[in-house]
Design a protein around this ligand. Structure first.
Ligand SMILES: [Zn+2]
Length: 326
């Protein structure tokens, strides 16, 4: 069942379940605002959204999965009386991009900036196309709850307008880029969570917006190239960020990020060895203990999730089946 929950482009059900409503938008300084994502009972999660005030309008980094999440983004723009002019998708997982269409319907000038990694996920036999075929077969099956069926329908509706997931402006390489009149350091990974992810560094505020390169309590390896992902974490570490905003979970200090990074490398080393699955779970869960302290369900999810992903990575020869090469 876990595999199924994971595969439906929901990816892992995270630890603490939240109410099915958006959380308040928080100011993190430097003209940067965080709409925290959520993890729900029997649903896929919403990733974090970061909204950047720029001279020509708002830059929205990731758009969530559920209506209540995209409504909160639209509500922020409405109360600020500012247009959304740029949408950056850190990667194509649907907890980060399903809201693209809803935002574009209200803000017709918004352009989507992301890599073309999504094209392979949407090609015949690609991850999202495989998921869609599976989910169509699950609709109406009594063993799936009303809420899960609701997520199934949402996924099918997103796939019906799948072109909103594709970039209007394709990001192909790292470098400074001016979006909405604001210059950001845009980084494109060579593999990581997907074939090519995007993360941003704003030198002005010292904030790095890193998408699912970091997800607490456990990384999502469904479409991952783990070694290249580790290299991307090293690249983040080499930038002088003060605060890193991950794809799920709370903003992190450098020290917290580094605990995650070093644990990530140790976990991947274990996952590709012949050590016991439980031992690799322990390598991860103890490595990130400082990030899950005081949260028993997150600690449990760190252990069980890392055990699950050890097996997934071993089945794929040290990577996910959707990673072409390391
Ligand atoms: Zn995510």
């Amino acid at each position: 069942m876990r595999a199924l929950v994971l595969m439906v482009s929901g990816l892992a059900a995270l630890a603490a379940a939240a109410a099915e409503e958006a959380r308040p938008v928080r100011d993190v300084g430097g003209g940067i605002h965080l709409l925290p994502g959520g993890a729900y009972t029997d649903r896929g999660p919403d990733g974090n959204t970061v909204i950047i005030d720029a001279p020509q309008g708002l830059i929205v980094v990731d758009t969530g999965r559920h209506d209540w999440h995209s409504d909160a983004i639209l509500g922020f723009a409405a109360s600020a009386k500012r247009p959304i002019v740029a949408i950056v998708n850190t990667h194509w997982h649907l907890d980060h991009s399903s809201g693209n269409g809803r935002l574009k319907r209200v803000h017709a000038g918004a352009r989507v900036y992301t890599t073309n990694a999504v094209d392979r996920a949407l090609a015949p036999g690609g991850f999202l196309v495989r998921d869609l075929e599976m989910v169509k077969g699950l609709l109406g099956k009594p063993e799936f709850s009303v809420t899960r069926q609701d997520d199934f329908r949402r996924f099918i509706a997103t796939m019906a307008e799948r072109d909103v997931l594709r970039p209007d402006v394709v990001l192909t390489k790292s470098g400074p880029m001016t979006l909405a009149g604001k210059t950001l350091d845009v980084r494109v990974t060579d593999k990581a969570v997907t074939d090519a992810d995007v993360w941003l560094y704003d030198a002005n505020s010292g904030v790095a917006i890193i998408g699912d390169l970091v997800t607490v309590p456990v990384p999502f390896f469904e479409t991952a190239c783990p070694r290249k992902w580790g290299s991307a974490l090293d690249e983040v570490w080499r930038t002088p960020f003060k605060l890193a905003i991950p794809g799920h979970g709370e903003p992190m200090s450098r020290e917290q990020f580094n605990a995650y990074r070093t644990s990530f490398h140790a976990f991947v080393d274990c996952a590709v060895s012949d050590k016991a699955v439980q031992q690799c779970g322990k390598v991860w869960s103890s490595g990130v203990a400082s990030l899950t302290a005081g949260n028993a369900s997150a600690q449990q999810e760190a252990q069980s999730g890392a055990e699950y992903y050890t097996e997934l990575l071993r089945e794929g020869g040290g990577k996910s089946r959707d990673c072409l090469a390391e």
